[in-house]
Structures are given as C-alpha cells and as structure tokens.
Design a protein around this ligand. Structure first.
Ligand code: FES
Length: 151
C-alpha cells in the first residue's frame, strides 16, 4: 500500500505493507538511522521517535498508522547546517554515551520531557528514562546531561 509520512518536516510517499514497523521504514526507506533496533518488542527504548511531540516506540508502531502525524527523529533535532541540538551538546559535555546505541532514544525522550517540563526534577528525569535501557551503565551521566540541557 502507498501512504504519506511526515518526518522532520518533510512529507514522503511510502510503499510498504500495512504492518511494516515505522522503524524499518525510517531506516531502510528514508535512510534515517538515528532510531535504533534494540529489542524489537517495545522494551528498550532504542527505537524511540517523537509523534506529535510524544515518545513513540517505532519498532512496534506500524508506519502506515502514522499518517497525519508529525514524526521527529534524532536527525530532526539538528539546527541549520547540522548544528547540534542543546541536548546533544549536553550529552557530549557529560560524556554520557559509551557505546551510545541507546542515546538517540534517550535524547528524544528527554526532548519530550523538556518541552513539557523545562526544569524537571531529578526524579522526573529518572522516571522518564525508566523504560530506556543502557547496557553500558551510563545512567547517572545521562541524568546529568539532561540536567545540563535544562539550565
Ligand atoms: Fe523498540 Fe527496543 S527496539 S523498544
């Protein structure tokens, strides 16, 4: 089937089966590799993107069901000429990534949090990241990065 998707402000015509996960379309059809395949069952958060500003696990969400929504991937956060987003700068400053596989999903979850709560408490940050897994154990640095971005 053919349908349109709006990703990072651009509209794309997509041809895929009705149940193809959004993650596959983003990565394989649109070349947007920010969202990562981790668990594939909605439990790790590596595939997180924003749908109308709210976090969405793209490994579970059918692409065809996203018609009419505004989708944002990590690539959509960058400024003019590829300038890093405030959260990206903060993650680098805090050296919050080791393997960094989880970081795109963490950054998008943090972006949704900061839009809703520009000055979140540490407890709010930890609650937001509770369902995002980091096998390197960088969680404390990630929390500090989000606190830095909120300043
Ligand atoms: Fe989607 Fe893990 S890959 S939640």
């Amino acid at each position: 089937m053919a349908f349109t998707l709006t990703v990072n402000g651009k509209t794309h015509v997509i041809e895929s089966s009705e149940d193809t996960p959004l993650l596959y379309v983003l990565r394989d059809e649109l070349g947007l590799n920010g969202a990562k395949y981790g668990c594939g069952v909605g439990q790790c958060g590596a595939c997180t993107v924003l749908r109308d500003g709210a976090p969405l696990r793209s490994c579970l969400a059918p692409a065809a069901a996203q018609r009419g929504h505004e989708l944002t991937t990590l690539e959509g956060l960058q400024g003019p000429e590829g300038a890093l987003h405030t959260l990206q700068k903060a993650f680098l400053a805090e050296q919050a990534g080791q393997c960094a596989y989880c970081i795109p999903g963490m950054i998008l979850a943090a972006e949704a949090l900061l839009r809703a709560h520009p000055q979140p408490s540490e407890a709010e940050i930890r609650a937001t990241l509770d369902s995002h897994l980091c096998r390197c154990g960088s969680h404390n640095r990630i929390v500090r990065a989000i606190q830095r971005a909120a300043k």
